[in-house]
Every structure is written in structure tokens, then in C-alpha cells.
Design a protein around this ligand. Structure first.
Ligand code: MN
Length: 228
């Protein structure tokens, strides 16, 4: 009986060893709330399609790149961003898409559940922008002005200041690319049409305005503290 148990363990160990490459694949994180939890600012159908199909496709397509780029299976999603220049554009698009959306779900919360900027974050925002409202205005303008598809970001730059930037497609401020203003993302907003079109059609500014009520400041505070 004992011997069977031990050989069973050995078999499991062998299976684990064989299974490891598959386990190094990237995985789609579940939404941290119900798809309808962000209504009415973002409707449940948009959330489900956005998470399950769009984000799901970025993850699947990134995993599809592992065979041709085996070093991908040894990198964390964070580490990949800062080395993205070494990889083909399909890795940039899908690896960026996976990082950006994982970030996006986390920095949102149902209305009233997102807390408020911490005193430390608020002080940093006031030092860089003058006021929280001024930061939000500048962020909203960057989000509205992004031509085509992309993201608006509040970042902490390497010199410690906070600033607003915007990236095209699925790029983000962690990427080691010359056209990108680099920094640690504290808050990023998806302004691809797939993020808002069902509810807002061409009214991107209305989506941006409604979205501020969804910001999960507790998570932004956490990202700010981790960047210090
Ligand atoms: Mn998106």
C-alpha cells in the first residue's frame, strides 16, 4: 500500500515535469467583479465581450507566439514589457494587450467601492499637476485626443514626477521602445472603440467622463506605493 502510494507520487512528479512547459503559458485572469458591476458606466455586454473575447484573444495569441519565441515561457508578463523590443510585433501587440487589460480590470471597481487617493498619492498629484481635478482634466484630454485605438495613462516617471501620457494600439509605458514615454503605470484607460462603442458609439468623451466614477483608487494607491 505504502509502496503504491510512493510510486504514485513519482508518477505525479513525472507528470508535473512533463506538464511544466504548458503551465508556463499566460492565463486570462477572471474579472474581479460581476460583468454588470460597473453599470451604468460600462454595460455588462461590453464587459463580457471585452474580457472574454478581446482580452482572451490577446492571451491566446500571445501563447501562440511561445513556440516561435521560446524565451517567452521564462518571462513574467511584467518582465516581458521591459524587453518587448527584442520580440516580433505580434508579441508586442498581444503581450501589451494582456498586460494592459489585466491592469484595466484591476484599476476599476463598482461605483462607491474604489476608495479615494491616499494622502501620499494626492500630495504627488498636487505636486505634479496642481490639483486632482487638473490631473483628471489632463488625463481626459489625452484619452479623448488619442487618434484611433490606444490608451491614456497616469505614470510615475523615472525622475519621480507624475505625468500623463498616451500610447497607441496595445503599447504601454513599460515598453522599451523609443517612441514611448516610459514610466510606471498607475492608472490606464482603454479608449479602443471595443471598450465603449455598444453604449456610447462615437461619444468617447462621455465614456471617459463616466469612467472616472469607476476608478479603484485603492489599487492606484497600491501601484503608487509599489513604485516608490
Ligand atoms: Mn480593450
Amino acid at each position: 500500500m505504502k509502496r503504491a502510494w510512493i510510486s504514485g507520487l513519482a508518477a505525479v512528479a513525472i507528470l508535473l515535469g512533463l506538464a511544466l512547459p504548458a503551465w508556463a503559458e499566460f492565463t486570462l485572469p477572471p474579472l474581479p467583479y460581476a460583468p454588470d458591476a460597473l453599470q451604468p458606466a460600462i454595460d455588462a455586454t461590453t464587459m463580457t465581450i471585452h474580457h472574454d473575447r478581446h482580452h482572451g484573444a490577446y492571451v491566446a495569441n500571445l501563447n501562440g507566439q511561445i513556440k516561435g519565441n521560446p524565451e517567452l515561457s521564462k518571462l513574467s508578463l511584467d518582465a516581458l514589457q521591459s524587453q518587448i523590443s527584442r520580440f516580433p510585433v505580434a508579441v508586442r501587440n498581444n503581450g501589451g494587450g494582456h498586460w494592459n487589460h489585466s491592469q484595466f480590470w484591476a484599476v476599476m471597481a463598482p461605483v462607491g467601492e474604489g476608495g479615494a487617493p491616499s494622502p501620499e498619492l494626492l500630495a504627488a498629484i498636487e505636486a505634479s499637476f496642481g490639483s486632482l481635478q487638473a490631473m483628471q482634466t489632463q488625463f481626459s484630454q489625452a484619452a479623448a485626443a488619442r487618434f484611433g485605438s490606444g490608451w491614456a495613462w497616469l505614470i510615475r516617471t523615472p525622475d519621480g514626477a507624475l505625468t500623463i501620457t498616451s500610447t497607441a494600439n496595445q503599447d504601454n509605458p513599460l515598453m522599451d521602445l523609443p517612441e514611448i514615454e516610459q514610466g510606471t503605470p498607475l492608472l490606464g484607460l482603454d479608449v479602443w472603440e471595443h471598450a465603449y462603442y455598444l453604449n456610447y458609439q462615437n461619444r468617447r468623451p462621455d465614456y471617459i467622463s463616466a469612467w472616472w466614477d469607476l476608478v479603484n483608487w485603492d489599487e492606484v494607491n497600491r501601484r503608487f506605493s509599489a513604485s516608490l
